[in-house]
Ligand binder design. Structure first.
Ligand SMILES: NC(=O)c1ccc[n+]([C@@H]2O[C@H](COP(=O)([O-])OP(=O)(O)OC[C@H]3O[C@@H](n4cnc5c(N)ncnc54)[C@H](OP(=O)(O)O)[C@@H]3O)[C@@H](O)[C@H]2O)c1
Length: 273
């Protein structure tokens, strides 16, 4: 396993963030290049986006205690990794549940690099304007249902209205995920980091809208709490999603880097359509 937490090559990788693609041969060598290089590659999906989902979970698959506390499941290396994902991506997406619980800033503070546009998913506009994201910092978009009442701004955030997923027969709840990606791509935001929580990452996965998963597993057992992934029930083990993965040491945690086939996430990316 490669140690990636305190790697010296971050600055040179960051310089490739806005380089014209495809990148020159040899540009993405080393442990950081192997981990982040796929995110800098030209998008393969028709929507023109590359989407990476990330969660830090316990050994028993929890991302927070039952009361919602999640700081911090992963160690310093995982926090640095999360900030690097923010720095490499154009937009960071989070669900309303995480805003309500954590009141995050979603800026890039632990590594060099720009902060992404912040994107909050709040279907029915239950969040008030007093959260930090809506009062200060980089640009923020609030994405809600097209039938949700309210003005076109929430504090400093611009409000975008999108179809609900149910109208397209998906049944995952929330907003239609492909419409989320189309709305972001229309603004030039094509490298998308879905930072959590579990409901949000699961909805992107179930909708076939994730290219990659980064899951940090910490040596912690809670025995209860908020689940990492919630997906449609399966009857047999064989029906679960089974992945190929690359494992990185993120001392004291372990990071699983999982390439996904968008439409069939249980098959390795790159498999014949
Ligand atoms: N360990 C980690 O890596 C990590 C990361 C992030 C958060 N957390 C923790 O996880 C907890 C929150 O996670 P969670 O899974 O309960 O909730 P969440 O994913 O943060 O938010 C879920 C809510 O976001 C909205 N939403 C999500 N996807 C949507 C979509 N496609 N369209 C429209 N709206 C969408 C919905 O809000 P409405 O129901 O209001 O419409 C949904 O109920 C907190 O305790 C937080 O601290 C942990």
């Amino acid at each position: 396993m490669d140690g990636i937490a305190l790697h010296p090559d971050w600055e040179s990788l960051l310089r490739l963030r806005d380089a014209p693609s495809p990148l020159p041969d040899g540009a993405l060598e080393g442990a950081l290049g192997a981990l982040f290089g796929p995110l800098l590659a030209p998008p393969r999906a028709a929507d023109g986006c590359i989407v990476v989902g990330r969660l830090a979970q316990t050994l028993d698959g929890r991302i927070a205690t039952a009361s919602g506390s999640s700081q911090w499941i992963g160690g310093r290396g995982d926090i640095l990794h999360t900030h690097r994902l923010r720095a490499l991506c154009h937009a960071v997406v989070i669900g309303a549940g995480t805003v309500r619980q954590d009141d995050p800033r979603l800026t890039t503070r632990d590594c060099a690099g720009p902060s992404p546009v912040r994107v909050v998913l709040d279907t029915d506009r239950r969040l008030g304007a007093d959260f930090t994201l809506f009062r200060e910092g980089p640009p923020t978009l609030l994405l809600c249902a097209e039938d949700a009442a309210g003005p076109d701004r929430l504090g400093l955030a611009e409000v975008l209205r999108l179809p609900r997923s149910g109208r397209h027969g998906e049944g995952h709840g929330g907003l239609h995920v492909p419409a989320i990606l189309a709305a972001l791509a229309a603004r030039g935001l094509t490298r998308i980091f879905v930072e959590g929580g579990g409901v949000t990452v699961s909805r992107f996965l179930a909708a076939g809208c994730l290219d990659r998963l980064h899951v940090t597993v910490a040596p912690v057992l809670l025995g209860s709490g908020v689940p990492a992934f919630t997906l449609p029930e399966v009857a047999r083990i064989a029906d679960g999603l089974r992945f190929a993965w690359t494992v990185h040491a993120l001392d004291p945690d372990v990071l699983f880097d999982i390439p996904l086939h968008r439409a069939r996430p249980g098959e390795a990316a790159g498999a014949a359509p």
